[in-house]
Design a protein around this ligand. Structure first.
Ligand code: A2P
Length: 404
């Protein structure tokens, strides 16, 4: 179909004030219209076709911004990358705006995302965006502990933040943003970075107004090049008593079901374990006979680099079925979470067969394909049809993916 012919474009833009740089939009966009630099996420007006696949998954709503502009004056990527805030709407006359710049206007791709864009049916209603960059909450660091073995280059911390008398309601699976103190090389304030909450809704310590985060110190980029992660180093170096600016909470779909009869099948790597810890601890605190089952697949390089290894092994075997995949244990074959899921395919399939089962996948982007393939294998090799099951899980808010 040809685009409507008009000089006016309804240009899709991302609000840099609210955006928490979680990369969800860039991952979701089926045609690669969204990119980013170290500062902003931006939409290429020459590529975006207005399909809206990116709108629902965005945890903050920063993605849902539009400006009517003359087509010849569309904001370029270079201009958007420089913004600290969105420009005011311009008066461009009464022409009806075409929503996209490209020549083709395709309908929204139904299959654009693999996971649910709705919360589980029995999930509690989350609060979102209660605190913003303009009005952040202040928390005090109540503790900062290393949760991977000391002495390794791999450094992951468990940081407890206390909000005192300031209400900061979170649900398991939600995240918050931390604004590092100081300014970047150009003197502008740092952006907030998003971290999943690792504690249940009633606090790291029950009935305390606190929460915890699992933060890995970033010392290299995806290609292994040395780089100092501004926010992660800031958080890992926080001392007890320090104050921190916090925004959020974020996320309204990656939530756990409140129905205790439901089963949780959780798959994670590294700090992707944070929401799994929150959900597991919620279930553990409320545990009673007849509750649903918990099954966890957790991947790390070695046991020493697996966050919370000690506490995990303390959990009762009849409460949670734990499967740990190590990829770099000397003298042992490389194992990924998806390898263990295949080994346990019969048990994974038994859970998939049950309409009370909810799935959560969190961690490295790279594992997503492997995990989806392992789910397909488990289903198809045990009398289920993944082709039929997958859309049902997604539509019913029972398949949640958060990878980065
Ligand atoms: P690897 O040894 O290949 O890096 P990290 O420590 O970087 O956070 O990674 C956590 C775990 O996830 C590591 O064991 C890592 O293995 C593993 N991993 C890396 N790529 C994938 C993938 N494509 N699928 C599953 N696991 C992966």
């Amino acid at each position: 179909m040809n685009a409507p012919t008009t000089d006016i474009l309804k240009q899709h833009l991302i609000d840099p004030v609210i955006c928490i740089r979680c990369n969800t939009c860039e991952e979701t966009c089926p045609i690669g219209a969204i990119t980013h630099d170290s500062r902003n996420y931006v939409v290429d007006p020459a590529i975006c076709n207005g399909c809206n696949a990116c709108i629902a998954p965005c945890p903050t709503g920063s993605i849902d911004n539009w400006r009517r502009v003359r087509r010849t004056e569309a904001y370029s990527l270079d201009a958007q990358l420089e913004w600290d805030e969105l420009p005011e709407e311009q008066d461009v006359g009464d022409d009806q705006a075409a929503p996209v710049a490209g020549a083709d206007f395709s309908p929204p791709p139904v299959d654009a995302t693999r996971g649910s864009v709705v919360a589980p049916g029995s999930a509690s209603r989350p609060a979102v965006n209660v605190y913003t960059l303009r009005q952040p909450a202040t928390a005090t660091v109540a503790g900062n502990f290393r949760v991977t073995e000391v002495g390794r280059e791999y450094d992951t911390h468990h940081v407890v933040l206390d909000f005192g008398s300031v209400p900061f309601p979170v649900l398991e699976g939600q995240s918050i943003g931390i604004i590092p103190s100081g300014a970047d090389a150009r003197g502008r304030p740092h952006h907030a970075r998003q971290y999943s909450v690792a504690s249940p809704r009633d606090g790291e310590r029950p009935r305390y107004n606190n929460l915890s985060l699992t933060v890995k110190r970033v010392t290299s980029d995806h290609d292994g090049q040395p780089v100092r992660g501004e926010a992660s180093n800031y958080v890992c170096d926080l001392a007890k008593g320090d104050t921190v600016k916090v925004i959020g909470p974020f996320g309204s779909t990656f939530l756990m079901p409140d129905d205790p009869a439901t089963h949780l099948l959780m798959v994670c790597t590294g700090t992707g374990s944070a929401p799994m810890r929150a959900m597991t601890e919620r279930r553990r605190r409320l545990r009673k006979p007849g509750d649903g089952r918990l099954m966890l697949f957790f991947g790390a390089r070695t046991q020493a680099e697996l966050p919370y290894f000690g506490p995990l092994t303390q959990l009762p075997k009849d409460f949670i079925d734990i499967n740990l995949a190590y990829s770099r244990t000397p003298g042992q074959p490389k194992k990924y979470v998806q390898d263990l899921m295949r080994e346990r395919a019969a048990d994974v399939a038994a859970l998939l067969r049950d309409p009370l089962t909810h799935l959560y996948v969190c961690g490295l982007k790279g594992m997503e394909d492997g995990v989806m393939d392992a789910l397909r294998y488990a289903a198809d090799s045990h009398g289920l049809s993944w082709k039929e099951l997958h859309p049902r899980l997604r539509a019913e808010g029972r398949l949640h993916l958060e990878t980065y």
